[in-house]
Design a protein around this ligand. Structure first.
Ligand SMILES: [Zn+2]
Length: 305
């Protein structure tokens, strides 16, 4: 059995796992993303964590076929660098592929995190039987992996699917990228925490906002419903653009479950332009919170087949 290491770099945490060629995770761990640290310091910490994981779960040298890294974009896949992700402000032009190769001496591949997660959903998740689907992660930020006409769409440098900065509603004000009302500014976990904190008058987390929502807090309920509508608006644009057969939602925000899925389905069923697009399936990830790690490993395991 061959194995690969999957590294899923996120704005809140970095997930690392050892994955076999059937998509099963054998060992995994999480480290918090410390935004105070320089990128080199975080990268060193990730490498140390991988070494520790390999001590706990030793793999014969020729059975470890590589390391796949999923990262928020923008990336430059030709150069193997993380260019300047808005949710990782200290990470500017980080040559992560070269850096990892020097330490581990095995193949290292970089991919946009949502694209990698889409690959995982196709491989062992909620899209095994679909050739036209979009995976959308709604977490610290928002991103999409596009799997259309039976293949991944990644673009010239690997940045296709950066839907987090597609404008949804400028009335929400300026996003981290400088535009007004981007998708992740109006609908990510970060946005939900920010909008909820404004209502309550002190800093609260996304989970706390959802608790208030479930308990029926009036203003919070109104705000959360607007957020769900914003997600519907974004999805209609995706459906009109790519004509997917289903959209899979992953990331922390999707864990709120039914209220989100029914609101988005309802919006899509009214406003998608093509009558068949109105029936696009909207479903949760088949891999819970593991699609990032499995997808990152899949970049290696699927390419070495
Ligand atoms: Zn933006």
């Amino acid at each position: 059995m061959n194995y690969a290491i999957g590294v899923d770099i996120g704005g809140t945490k970095v997930a690392i796992g050892i994955v076999d060629e059937q998509g099963k995770i054998h060992a995994n761990t999480l480290i918090p993303t410390d935004k105070q640290l320089k990128a080199e310091e975080m990268v060193a910490m990730i490498k140390q964590t991988i070494q520790k994981l390999l001590l706990d779960f030793p793999i014969r040298e020729n059975k470890l076929v590589g390391i796949g890294i999923g990262s928020p974009g923008p990336l430059d896949l030709k150069e193997g660098t993380i260019v300047c992700p808005p949710n990782l402000p200290n990470w500017i032009n980080v040559p992560i592929v070269e850096n990892f190769k020097q330490e581990f001496h095995i193949p290292v591949l970089l991919e946009n995190d949502a694209t990698a997660a889409a690959l995982a959903e196709k491989w062992v998740g909620a899209a095994k039987d679909s050739n036209h689907f979009i995976y959308v992660t709604i977490s610290t930020g928002i991103g999409a992996g596009l799997y259309i006409n039976g293949k991944l769409i990644s673009g010239e440098r690997g940045n296709a699917g950066d839907i987090g900065h597609m404008v949804i509603d400028p009335s929400y004000g300026e996003c981290t990228c400088g535009q007004k009302g981007c998708f992740e500014w109006v609908a990510s976990g970060t946005a939900i925490a920010r909008l909820g904190s404004e209502i309550i008058g002190k800093s609260i987390s996304t989970e706390q906002v959802f608790k208030l929502f479930i308990n029926g807090h009036e203003e919070i309920t109104c705000m959360v419903k607007e957020v769900f509508k914003n997600i519907g608006v974004g999805f209609v644009s995706l459906i009109n653009t790519f004509d997917p057969e289903r959209i899979i939602i992953g990331g922390g925000v999707s864990q709120v479950g039914e209220p989100l899925f029914s609101a988005v389905k309802e919006y899509v069923s009214r406003y998608a332009l093509n009558p068949s697009g109105r029936n696009t399936k909207i479903m949760p990830s088949g891999l819970k919170q593991s699609s990032g790690v499995i997808g990152a490993a899949a970049i290696i395991l699927q390419s070495s087949e």
